[in-house]
Every structure is written in structure tokens, then in C-alpha cells.
Design a protein around this ligand. Structure first.
Ligand code: FE2
Ligand code: FE2
Length: 191
């Protein structure tokens, strides 16, 4: 169980670690994750803290992210080497444990998989993935009204729609699609 004093501390740490825009997004994800936790009956404070921490490595320079990986034996793929911003989820999961003293493995995993997703995600992982996409500050993705509505009715349907739209966007803009995102989509689509 996370105490409210610990939550306050993490929130203050994030205000320091992130720029204003990213901090606002972070609060949006934390509150949206808490609301989804109420709906899906998982621990609200756990969801809130995971939301607070999910982008904790986002404002760290690429050079620093790579050096954190090297120093701590975190594997870096060829794609990540070329585009180190992709590493913010992995590095964020490491920092959540190492720097922000999170012992709950389910929180660490939800941070680690918040950009790619993975097949058979836990409720918390799904909630963070969805909250990151639908928090009130987001306004660019297509079908947001529909996905926001669906998120509170059937989260796996919302997840499928987000994955579908993300894969379409990545393909359409000729960006590399993480294999695990494709696998996640197929897993939920065929479930
Ligand atoms: Fe992120
Ligand atoms: Fe995010």
C-alpha cells in the first residue's frame, strides 16, 4: 500500500524532473488512471502513482539515457540505439525502482510497457496504456471521443482501438513499428 505522504513526495519529484508540459501530461495521466482504477476496481493510489511515474525518464537527455542503460546493464536494441527516446519507458522503469523506491513489480512493469504494450497485460498495465492516450491534455489522435467513452465501458475494446490507430499512424508515417505492439494488437483482437 502506498501512503499519501509518499505520493506527495513523488509528485514533487516529478515537478522537478519534468518540464511544465510533461508535468501537466503526467498529472493528466495520473488522474485519468485513478478514474479508470475506480471503474475497474483496482487500487486507486497504485494507479495514480504509476501515472505519476510513467514518464519519469522522459526529460532525461538521450546521452544520459544511454549511459544509464550502459551502467546498469539494461539491454539496448539497434533501434533504441538510433532513437534513444524509445528508451524512456525502460529507463523510467529502472528509475522508478532505483531512484523513487518503488518495490511493487506491477508498477514497474506498467511503466516498462507503457509505450509498446504487450500481450496479456495486467489491469494496471492496460489502464496506464489507455490513460496515456486519452488524458484530457491529448488532442491530436483520431477517434479520441470514441476511445475516451469506450475506456470506461470496455477497456479491452478501447485498447484494441488505440493499438489499431497507433499501428495505422506508424505505418502511414513510415515509422518503425515495434514487433511487440503488433503482437499486442493481434493478441487482443483475437482474444
Ligand atoms: Fe511515455
Ligand atoms: Fe506519457
Amino acid at each position: 500500500m502506498i501512503k499519501s505522504s509518499e505520493i506527495d513526495k513523488i509528485q514533487e519529484d516529478m515537478a522537478d524532473a519534468l518540464d511544465d508540459k510533461r508535468f501537466m501530461h503526467t498529472l493528466g495521466v495520473a488522474y485519468t488512471a485513478a478514474a479508470l482504477a475506480m471503474r475497474y476496481e483496482i487500487d486507486m493510489n497504485t494507479a495514480y502513482v504509476t501515472g505519476l511515474l510513467h514518464d519519469c525518464a522522459k526529460c532525461i537527455s538521450d546521452k544520459k539515457k544511454l549511459s544509464i542503460c550502459k551502467k546498469n546493464h539494461i539491454p539496448v536494441s539497434e533501434t533504441e540505439q538510433q532513437n534513444p527516446s524509445l528508451l524512456h519507458a525502460k529507463v523510467g522503469a529502472f528509475l522508478a525502482e532505483d531512484k523513487y523506491d518503488i518495490a511493487d513489480k506491477s508498477i514497474i512493469d506498467a511503466i516498462a510497457y507503457h509505450t509498446t504494450g504487450r500481450p496479456n497485460m495486467s489491469d494496471l498495465e492496460q489502464i496506464i496504456y489507455i490513460a496515456d492516450y486519452i488524458e484530457p491534455g491529448r488532442n491530436k489522435a483520431p477517434n479520441l471521443d470514441e476511445i475516451r467513452h469506450m475506456a470506461f465501458i470496455d477497456k479491452e475494446q478501447a485498447l484494441i482501438k488505440i493499438l489499431e490507430d497507433s499501428l495505422f499512424y506508424l505505418n502511414d508515417s513510415n515509422q518503425e513499428v515495434d514487433l511487440i505492439t503488433q503482437q499486442t494488437y493481434e493478441y487482443y483482437k483475437n482474444k
